[in-house]
Design a protein around this ligand. Structure first.
Ligand code: FAD
Length: 422
């Protein structure tokens, strides 16, 4: 299907190109994402949500559109989106299907982090050369075969919050590593071709250290990899985030998606890398608002064309939703625009504030949408109740949960690095 020539009843972009000074490349890519979301994701979202199944056909359809390679540089055959452009495109997908947008983010990060982000970080000339060779294999799998990557970090302990070393360990052996461990909430489990696993490289007798974090692309069909447990959650059901087990899994050195030490450097010097979970929820916030306006105007397909917009209480509720949406868009756009290596303290605090704002406000807008539209609007035949459930999950995403963002903003605003009250 050629999306460019399809006559779809298009929604307006979340971020109007003129108002937000987007360039022609961004406008084109974001338009592509919006058309794709409306044509492909929206019609399939309800069934996958109901059955808690992974929408693999969405990812198969992304391949010919180049969307699996959105952050692979143009010179390597991808679409060449930078951080900000990717975030804007991902928000457009999130409007139509939060679960697919969130899973897509896990995949895209494997290219964004190993690509433009790694290019900003320090490496020896030798490491940079080896990294370029390894990531071209990684890019090739995506470009030629449509390979999909997952991003399983969470383990149920404190590692995903960034405070201790990952419990999943990679023991160095001749030619590679032996990996052992467990990851919980692995979106795309059972569907991904590769798991981009964060683990701790640890030789016999060595103490575990966050500095020795490795980012490994482990083939899903490698011996010793298994998916266990069920998946029947409140929201984001189409992510199918089950538990992964790694039992004596051998991977070659070339499985490193970043050279040794570079993930630790990225987490400290490129902190906006963790803001990439937020675009999905920016899209959900817009979707809840759009639904409410259309519903009150009597324009939602499948509902009687009864207008409810004449009541002052509805108008005030929509006004409040619009104010929250504009506040959310403003801080989020600012934060994704200033993502870079070595951000200032203010930029980092703003990134936490943006993450907190998007994750909390997406659900706040959805809550108000249900109250304002009323009972007929929360039936499962309409997308609003799914948006409501999906949007509830945003604040729980490590490492920047809503609570952790508040915790860090308070502490880092009041203490300079190394300061104590002693
Ligand atoms: C739909 C969905 C998809 C997901 N997909 C993925 C995925 O693909 N890959 C992946 O790695 N993870 C994924 N996650 C996991 C997610 O990032 C969290 O790791 C997961 O929700 C763990 O929650 P928990 O309650 O076990 O966290 P816990 O570690 O028990 O924390 C509970 C809460 O305590 C607070 N807390 C934790 N540590 C600290 C601290 N140091 N300081 C202050 N407060 C703290 C946080 O607010 C946190 O929400 C997904 C989660 C969901 C809901």
């Amino acid at each position: 299907m050629n999306l460019a020539t399809t006559d779809l009843d298009q929604d307006a972009p979340i971020f109007a190109p003129d108002a937000f000074r987007l360039n022609d490349f961004q406008v084109e890519l974001i338009d592509k994402a919006r058309r794709f979301g409306k044509a492909k994701l929206a019609p399939r979202a309800a069934q996958h949500d109901r059955d808690a199944t992974f929408p693999i056909e969405n990812f198969r359809d992304m391949h010919p559109e180049g969307l699996l390679a959105i952050c692979i540089p143009k010179e390597d055959g991808g679409l060449g989106a930078d951080f900000q452009t990717y975030c804007l495109a991902a928000a457009e997908l999130g409007r139509y299907d939060g679960a697919t947008a969130l899973s897509w983010n896990m995949h895209v990060c494997s290219t964004l982090w190993s690509g433009p982000l790694a290019d900003d970080l320090e490496m020896s000339a030798e490491d940079r050369k080896a990294h370029a060779r390894r990531r071209s294999q990684h890019y090739d799998r995506i470009l030629k075969r449509g390979a999909i990557y997952a991003q399983p970090f969470s383990e149920g302990g404190a590692a995903a919050a960034g405070t201790v070393a990952f419990g999943t360990e990679a023991r160095p052996v001749e030619g590679g590593f032996i990996v052992n461990g467990k990851k919980i909430f692995a979106s795309l489990s059972g569907a991904a071709d590769y798991y981009g696993v964060l683990c701790t490289e640890r030789a016999e007798g060595e103490a575990a250290s966050r500095r020795n974090t490795l980012y490994l692309g482990i083939p899903a069909d490698a011996k010793g990899v298994s998916v266990v447990g069920d998946w029947d959650p409140l929201g984001m059901r189409g992510t199918v985030s089950r538990t992964l087990l790694f039992k004596d899994v051998f991977v070659p050195e070339d499985a490193m998606l970043m050279p040794r030490g570079v993930y630790f450097q990225a987490a400290t010097r490129w902190p906006h890398m963790f803001l990439t979970l937020s675009p999905t929820y920016m899209g959900l916030a817009q979707a809840a608002y759009d639904f409410t306006v259309a519903y009150l105007r009597g324009e939602v397909p499948g509902t009687p064309p009864v207008k409810r917009r004449m009541y002052p209480t509805k108008q005030i509720a929509v006004a409040e939703m619009r104010v929250t949406l504009e506040q959310t868009k403003a801080i989020w756009f600012q934060a994704i625009s200033e993502a870079r290596a070595n951000p200032t303290k203010d930029q980092v605090l703003r990134a936490y504030a943006a993450q907190y704002t998007v994750m909390e406000n997406a659900n706040a807008i959805a809550v108000k949408a249900i109250r304002t539209c009323g009972g007929q609007a929360m039936l499962k035949s309409l997308p609003l109740e799914r948006i409501y459930r999906d949007s509830r999950c945003g604040s729980l995403m490590l490492p920047w949960t809503a609570e952790i963002c508040l915790d860090r903003i308070g502490r880092e605003a009041l203490y300079e690095p190394g300061e104590t009250d002693e």
